[in-house]
Design a protein around this ligand. Sequence first.
Ligand code: HEC
Length: 198
Amino acid sequence: MFMDRRLFAILLGTTIACMLGCQSSTDSTTSSQDSSPPKIVEWGERESLQKERAESARSEMFAKLTERLSQALTTVGPVGAITVCQQAAPEIAVDVSRDGVKIGRTSFHLRNQKNVAPTWAAGFVEWKIREPVFVSLEQERLGALFPIRLLDNCVMCHGKADEVGPEVLAAIQKSYPEDRATGFSVGDLRGYFWVEVE
Ligand code: HEC
Protein backbone atom coordinates (compact mmCIF):
# COMPACT_ATOMS: atom_id res chain seq x y z
CA MET A 1 0.00 0.00 0.00
CA PHE A 2 1.29 3.48 -0.85
CA MET A 3 1.64 5.74 2.15
CA ASP A 4 2.88 9.31 1.85
CA ARG A 5 5.92 10.27 3.90
CA ARG A 6 4.14 12.75 6.08
CA LEU A 7 1.45 10.28 7.07
CA PHE A 8 4.11 7.69 7.72
CA ALA A 9 5.99 10.15 9.96
CA ILE A 10 2.85 10.88 11.95
CA LEU A 11 2.02 7.21 12.37
CA LEU A 12 5.55 6.36 13.41
CA GLY A 13 5.59 9.28 15.85
CA THR A 14 2.29 8.11 17.28
CA THR A 15 3.59 4.59 17.74
CA ILE A 16 6.71 5.83 19.50
CA ALA A 17 4.57 8.20 21.61
CA CYS A 18 2.50 5.22 22.75
CA MET A 19 5.57 3.24 23.63
CA LEU A 20 7.18 6.10 25.53
CA GLY A 21 3.90 7.07 27.12
CA CYS A 22 3.79 3.79 28.99
CA GLN A 23 7.09 4.50 30.67
CA SER A 24 7.13 8.24 31.23
CA SER A 25 3.70 9.44 32.20
CA THR A 26 5.00 11.08 35.39
CA ASP A 27 6.33 14.60 35.64
CA SER A 28 4.92 16.79 32.93
CA THR A 29 4.06 19.75 35.11
CA THR A 30 1.51 21.66 33.09
CA SER A 31 0.40 19.46 30.18
CA SER A 32 -2.64 17.21 30.26
CA GLN A 33 -1.81 13.55 30.21
CA ASP A 34 -3.80 12.11 27.33
CA SER A 35 -4.29 8.39 27.62
CA SER A 36 -5.23 7.90 23.94
CA PRO A 37 -2.58 8.28 21.24
CA PRO A 38 -2.71 11.48 19.16
CA LYS A 39 -4.63 11.26 15.89
CA ILE A 40 -4.19 12.83 12.47
CA VAL A 41 -6.02 16.17 12.31
CA GLU A 42 -9.10 16.34 10.13
CA TRP A 43 -8.88 20.03 9.26
CA GLY A 44 -12.07 22.05 9.63
CA GLU A 45 -12.91 25.55 10.85
CA ARG A 46 -12.47 24.61 14.51
CA GLU A 47 -9.06 23.04 13.92
CA SER A 48 -7.84 25.98 11.81
CA LEU A 49 -8.77 28.39 14.61
CA GLN A 50 -7.03 26.17 17.16
CA LYS A 51 -3.92 26.18 14.96
CA GLU A 52 -3.95 29.99 14.82
CA ARG A 53 -4.25 30.17 18.62
CA ALA A 54 -1.36 27.70 18.98
CA GLU A 55 0.80 29.78 16.63
CA SER A 56 0.05 33.01 18.44
CA ALA A 57 0.85 31.43 21.84
CA ARG A 58 4.17 30.24 20.41
CA SER A 59 4.97 33.73 19.07
CA GLU A 60 3.99 35.39 22.36
CA MET A 61 6.12 33.02 24.42
CA PHE A 62 9.09 33.38 22.06
CA ALA A 63 8.85 37.20 22.16
CA LYS A 64 8.59 37.31 25.96
CA LEU A 65 11.46 34.87 26.48
CA THR A 66 13.69 36.78 24.06
CA GLU A 67 12.90 40.07 25.78
CA ARG A 68 13.62 38.71 29.28
CA LEU A 69 16.79 37.01 28.11
CA SER A 70 18.28 40.07 26.41
CA GLN A 71 17.30 42.25 29.38
CA ALA A 72 19.04 39.81 31.73
CA LEU A 73 22.14 39.53 29.55
CA THR A 74 22.64 43.32 29.55
CA THR A 75 21.90 43.81 33.26
CA VAL A 76 23.27 40.75 35.07
CA GLY A 77 25.36 39.00 32.37
CA PRO A 78 25.27 35.33 31.33
CA VAL A 79 25.81 33.80 34.81
CA GLY A 80 23.03 35.90 36.35
CA ALA A 81 20.84 35.27 33.30
CA ILE A 82 20.80 31.55 34.11
CA THR A 83 18.82 32.24 37.29
CA VAL A 84 16.58 34.64 35.38
CA CYS A 85 15.91 31.90 32.78
CA GLN A 86 15.23 29.40 35.53
CA GLN A 87 12.57 31.61 37.10
CA ALA A 88 11.27 33.47 34.06
CA ALA A 89 10.78 30.57 31.62
CA PRO A 90 8.18 28.70 33.74
CA GLU A 91 6.52 32.02 34.74
CA ILE A 92 6.18 33.08 31.12
CA ALA A 93 4.74 29.64 30.23
CA VAL A 94 2.08 30.05 32.94
CA ASP A 95 1.37 33.61 31.81
CA VAL A 96 0.89 32.61 28.14
CA SER A 97 -1.18 29.54 29.14
CA ARG A 98 -4.67 31.03 29.33
CA ASP A 99 -8.09 30.88 27.66
CA GLY A 100 -7.85 27.14 27.04
CA VAL A 101 -4.25 27.21 25.80
CA LYS A 102 -1.33 25.46 27.52
CA ILE A 103 2.27 25.93 26.43
CA GLY A 104 5.70 24.70 27.46
CA ARG A 105 9.18 23.93 26.15
CA THR A 106 10.81 20.57 25.79
CA SER A 107 13.76 18.82 24.14
CA PHE A 108 15.39 15.47 23.42
CA HIS A 109 18.39 16.84 25.42
CA LEU A 110 16.91 18.49 28.48
CA ARG A 111 18.47 21.02 30.78
CA ASN A 112 15.57 21.01 33.26
CA GLN A 113 14.08 17.53 33.70
CA LYS A 114 10.72 19.18 34.47
CA ASN A 115 10.49 20.18 30.80
CA VAL A 116 9.75 16.59 29.78
CA ALA A 117 7.43 16.42 26.74
CA PRO A 118 3.71 15.72 27.17
CA THR A 119 2.92 12.07 26.37
CA TRP A 120 1.38 12.84 22.97
CA ALA A 121 4.51 14.74 21.86
CA ALA A 122 7.19 12.42 23.27
CA GLY A 123 7.59 10.29 20.14
CA PHE A 124 7.98 13.29 17.82
CA VAL A 125 10.54 14.83 20.19
CA GLU A 126 12.61 11.65 20.43
CA TRP A 127 12.41 11.41 16.65
CA LYS A 128 13.73 15.03 16.37
CA ILE A 129 11.03 15.96 13.90
CA ARG A 130 12.07 19.13 12.04
CA GLU A 131 8.74 20.57 10.89
CA PRO A 132 5.78 21.77 12.98
CA VAL A 133 3.44 18.91 13.88
CA PHE A 134 -0.29 19.16 14.59
CA VAL A 135 -2.33 16.32 16.10
CA SER A 136 -5.86 15.77 17.42
CA LEU A 137 -6.01 15.07 21.13
CA GLU A 138 -8.78 13.86 23.42
CA GLN A 139 -11.81 16.14 23.93
CA GLU A 140 -11.41 17.81 20.53
CA ARG A 141 -8.19 19.54 21.55
CA LEU A 142 -5.34 20.28 19.16
CA GLY A 143 -1.72 19.52 20.02
CA ALA A 144 1.03 21.50 18.27
CA LEU A 145 4.78 21.06 18.36
CA PHE A 146 7.02 23.85 17.00
CA PRO A 147 10.75 23.25 16.47
CA ILE A 148 13.20 25.69 18.13
CA ARG A 149 16.56 26.23 16.46
CA LEU A 150 19.72 27.55 18.07
CA LEU A 151 20.53 31.22 17.39
CA ASP A 152 23.79 33.15 17.90
CA ASN A 153 22.75 34.44 21.31
CA CYS A 154 22.06 30.92 22.62
CA VAL A 155 25.55 29.42 22.30
CA MET A 156 26.91 31.03 25.48
CA CYS A 157 24.62 28.68 27.42
CA HIS A 158 23.90 25.80 24.98
CA GLY A 159 26.98 25.77 22.72
CA LYS A 160 30.09 23.65 22.50
CA ALA A 161 32.73 23.47 25.25
CA ASP A 162 34.79 26.42 23.91
CA GLU A 163 31.71 28.66 23.60
CA VAL A 164 30.28 28.19 27.10
CA GLY A 165 32.56 30.01 29.56
CA PRO A 166 33.79 28.11 32.64
CA GLU A 167 31.77 30.30 35.03
CA VAL A 168 28.61 29.83 33.01
CA LEU A 169 29.18 26.08 32.85
CA ALA A 170 29.75 25.87 36.61
CA ALA A 171 26.54 27.83 37.28
CA ILE A 172 24.56 25.59 34.90
CA GLN A 173 25.91 22.45 36.52
CA LYS A 174 25.10 23.78 39.98
CA SER A 175 21.44 24.43 39.14
CA TYR A 176 21.05 21.52 36.70
CA PRO A 177 23.32 18.63 37.67
CA GLU A 178 21.70 16.43 35.02
CA ASP A 179 22.07 19.03 32.23
CA ARG A 180 22.22 17.57 28.71
CA ALA A 181 21.71 20.85 26.84
CA THR A 182 25.20 21.93 25.76
CA GLY A 183 27.15 21.00 22.61
CA PHE A 184 24.70 22.60 20.15
CA SER A 185 25.73 24.74 17.13
CA VAL A 186 23.90 27.70 15.58
CA GLY A 187 21.10 26.37 13.35
CA ASP A 188 20.80 23.05 15.22
CA LEU A 189 17.43 21.82 16.37
CA ARG A 190 17.50 22.62 20.10
CA GLY A 191 13.99 21.59 21.16
CA TYR A 192 10.32 22.50 20.83
CA PHE A 193 7.46 24.60 22.04
CA TRP A 194 4.50 22.30 22.66
CA VAL A 195 1.00 23.79 22.74
CA GLU A 196 -2.39 22.27 23.63
CA VAL A 197 -5.49 24.19 22.56
CA GLU A 198 -9.07 23.51 23.70
C1 HEC B 1 21.88 32.68 30.00
C2 HEC B 1 21.87 31.28 29.60
C3 HEC B 1 20.91 30.86 28.52
C4 HEC B 1 20.79 31.36 27.23
C5 HEC B 1 21.57 32.52 26.62
C6 HEC B 1 19.80 30.54 26.59
N1 HEC B 1 19.33 29.58 27.42
FE1 HEC B 1 18.01 28.07 26.96
N2 HEC B 1 18.02 27.48 28.88
C7 HEC B 1 18.76 28.06 29.89
C8 HEC B 1 18.30 27.55 31.17
C9 HEC B 1 18.84 27.94 32.54
C10 HEC B 1 17.25 26.65 30.86
C11 HEC B 1 16.39 25.86 31.85
C12 HEC B 1 15.14 26.70 32.14
C13 HEC B 1 14.18 25.99 33.04
O1 HEC B 1 14.56 25.68 34.17
O2 HEC B 1 13.04 25.73 32.58
C14 HEC B 1 17.10 26.63 29.43
C15 HEC B 1 16.18 25.85 28.77
C16 HEC B 1 15.95 25.88 27.41
C17 HEC B 1 14.98 25.07 26.72
C18 HEC B 1 13.95 24.14 27.36
C19 HEC B 1 14.31 22.70 27.33
C20 HEC B 1 15.30 22.27 28.38
O3 HEC B 1 16.37 21.81 27.96
O4 HEC B 1 15.03 22.35 29.60
C21 HEC B 1 15.06 25.39 25.40
C22 HEC B 1 14.24 24.81 24.27
C23 HEC B 1 16.08 26.42 25.28
N3 HEC B 1 16.62 26.68 26.53
C24 HEC B 1 16.43 27.03 24.10
C25 HEC B 1 17.23 28.18 24.05
C26 HEC B 1 17.41 28.98 22.85
C27 HEC B 1 16.81 28.65 21.49
C28 HEC B 1 18.21 30.04 23.20
C29 HEC B 1 18.62 31.21 22.34
C30 HEC B 1 17.54 32.01 21.78
C31 HEC B 1 18.54 29.88 24.60
N4 HEC B 1 17.92 28.76 25.08
C32 HEC B 1 19.38 30.74 25.29
C33 HEC B 1 19.79 28.98 29.76
C34 HEC B 1 19.98 29.74 28.62
